[in-house]
Design a protein around this ligand. Sequence first.
Ligand code: AHN
Ligand code: ZN
Length: 331
Amino acid sequence: MRRLIIGYLAFLLLSCGSNSGKVRENLDFLAESESAAPGDVMMTATLGDFDADSAYNYLAKQVAFGPRVPNTEAHRKTGDWLSSELKRHGAKVTEQKMQLKAFDGTILDSRNIFAQFNPESKDRILLLAHWDCRPWADKDPDPSRRTEPVDGANDGASGVAVLLEIARQLAANSINKGVDILFVDAEDWGTDGDEDSWALGTQYFVEHPIVKGYSPREAILLDMVGGEGAIFCREYFSERSAPEVAEQIWQTAHQLGYDKMFLNRMGSAVMDDHVQLIKAGIPAIDIIEYHPNEPSGFNSRWHTTSDNMEGISKTTLKAVGVTLLSYLNKF
Ligand code: AHN
Ligand code: ZN
């Protein structure tokens, strides 16, 4: 049995990044659930209304700094701005500065940015996204452009933008819940086939707790949550770790009328920041786009020079933001 599970896991990992619709079909054990008709909104985000224009501006602002690649000026400036923006929203902000060694030996001047709302509350939820950009557009269709950095409009800036807007809503509505927002660095300086080369900032975060004995009830990772026409399916490692959290998120999305975007079925297995949290004992899920017709499982702009503002949709940002904000109301 144990060997079977390990074999199954290996199979899944191999399938990550390959176009194996058949495997995914077999994983489709989650039944479609009842959903509201579009526009039939059964619940509102009482923490305030998630403002998609504001989230979009937060996204554009990051992209305007330039690619947020560690060891660059754009990265340093963006880090300073993220930190000041979170402080402006009344959070207790801690910057975790560290030098991380990438798989290719490069030393990355990195920084995790940790913002706590109601730090005294014991019952906490952790919301996170990576804020760095991939240094090379190695999936670009044009080989001559594969050494250029990516803009990371979707891969990086989108998750951060949604969380900044959530921080703004938390401040405006002075809620009394324990909410932590974490922007992790050095997620995207990884290489295929070496799973520990990714998510370096999150690895550092769990190895060097900022708060003694830190153990949030659950964590929700946002990754690639702004793409035009994005679909969100349930993710394998999230299901292993915190199926009840995923269930609640997808149910909330359906109640809000976003059942066409949040499909209640299995997508793929993604090695992402949440896996490092899970390994450290924190129940975590990943809300990440799933593109069944792409070899990567992500949209065709992923890790290309086209991951820019043109691929961003306010509708997608809004669906994710409103869903998450509504979920926080229930937390
Ligand atoms: C895999 O490709 C297996 N994981 C992707 C993690 C990632 C990179 N998320 C954003 N960029
Ligand atoms: Zn990436």
